[in-house]
Write a protein that binds this ligand. Structure first.
Ligand code: 13P
Ligand code: SF4
Length: 345
């Protein structure tokens, strides 16, 4: 597979750019021209001049690349099964219903969606005066939104929303969780009026598995070890951690630390294992916060076989697994994404 991928890649030359998210497996990410968190990859997608972007990541990332790319560029996701369960937790019809209910009860709500959402949700936010954020610029996006309204509707990750708002001094009591499967989201009108942040009831099944007791165990068994977690982890875990940050920030923090610093990392296992291998010779020990190893099974769908198949088809002039966003959705999704790129990380 390595030989076939490398040969196809070479024949395609500068026509192709390969983008790889940090959670990809080693056999795939080694072929990426650029690796990054979802903010960095979306920025590269908006700037590249390559005709084809082969996205080794998940569906919402490929959709974003299509929205930010030029008309003449095409985005390929080597396996269409590479989705994101969190993104699937907010459907556009549910969000529209929620918005109707909110409009009847409160004013000044700005919708903000995490990058990990369908293009239709991003478009909804763009059209209704809101924006997109990633885990590396959520704080800046919240500041942006609070300059324009009094409340934020945050989609679809309740944990990133709670962690970000709490970091700005908003109490947990000033936030409500909107459950799309309950009448009025399961929130009383009074609580809704008093709330500063309305959190959509979504989560990442991978990061959900890290628990406060995992941090307690590390503190007990590995004194001095730094605990660093992704902000998709629950609030109780983030509160106990030493550092909270996006995948790119996690990598930077370990890079910056002096030799002899050890880290327990709460994020996807492929990234943690790669960091462990990379930093061991530099005298920094990296372990996973949860021994059972949290795997993003959808990222894992992108296999060397799928990659070889997609690239070899391109060599033959066939575009397989192209990801396209409908023109009407694209316009407003682009507005929301461009606002995100303006607020930076
Ligand atoms: P990052 O933007 O931190 O890379 O996160 C993307 C993601 O899907 C994490 O689960
Ligand atoms: Fe989605 Fe979680 Fe996988 Fe990230 S780690 S792509 S949020 S399921």
């Amino acid at each position: 597979m390595d030989t076939r991928i490398a040969a196809a890649r070479e024949r395609l030359g500068s026509d192709v750019v390969m983008l790889g998210h940090h959670y990809q497996r080693d056999e795939v990410i080694r072929f990426a021209d650029y690796t990054g968190d979802s903010y960095k990859l979306s920025k590269i997608a908006s700037e590249t001049k390559a005709k084809y972007m082969v996205f080794c990541g998940v569906h919402f990332m490929a959709e974003t690349a299509d929205v930010l790319g030029q008309e003449w560029q095409q985005v390929i996701l080597p396996d269409l099964n590479a989705g994101c369960s969190m993104a699937d937790m907010a459907e556009i019809g549910q969000v529209e219903d929620c918005w109707d209910s909110l409009e009847r009860q409160v004013t000044g709500v700005v919708p903000v969606t995490y990058m990990n959402s369908a293009a239709a949700i991003k478009a909804f936010c763009g059209e209704h005066g809101g924006l997109v954020c990633t885990s590396s610029n959520a704080r800046a996006a919240f500041d942006w939104a609070f300059k324009r309204g009094e409340k934020i509707l945050f989609l679809p990750d309740q944990h990133l929303g709670r962690n970000t708002a709490f970091g700005m001094g908003i109490g947990v009591g000033e936030m409500v969780v909107w459950d799309p499967y309950q009448i009025n989201g399961g929130v009383s009108p009074d609580r809704l009026k008093a709330a500063k942040v309305i959190l959509w009831k979504g989560h990442c099944s991978v990061h959900q598995r890290f628990l406060p007791e995992h941090v307690d165990r590390v503190r007990r068994e590995e004194p001095g070890m730094q605990v660093i977690v992704h902000p998709e982890c629950r609030w109780e875990v983030c509160q106990k951690a030493d550092t909270v940050g996006s995948t790119e920030k996690i990598i930077e923090a370990i890079e910056r630390a002096p030799a002899g610093t050890n880290f327990a990392v709460g994020t996807e296992i492929h990234l943690v294992n790669r960091l462990a291998k990379r930093f061991a010779p530099l005298g920094k020990r990296v372990i996973t916060l949860d021994d059972s190893g949290c795997l993003c099974t959808t990222m894992y769908r992108i296999s060397p076989q799928h990659l070889a198949w997609a690239l070899e088809n391109l060599v033959e002039g066939r575009v397989v697994n192209r990801i396209t966003v409908a023109a009407d959705v694209k316009h407003w999704a682009r507005v929301a994404l461009e606002r995100m790129l303006e607020v930076k990380a």
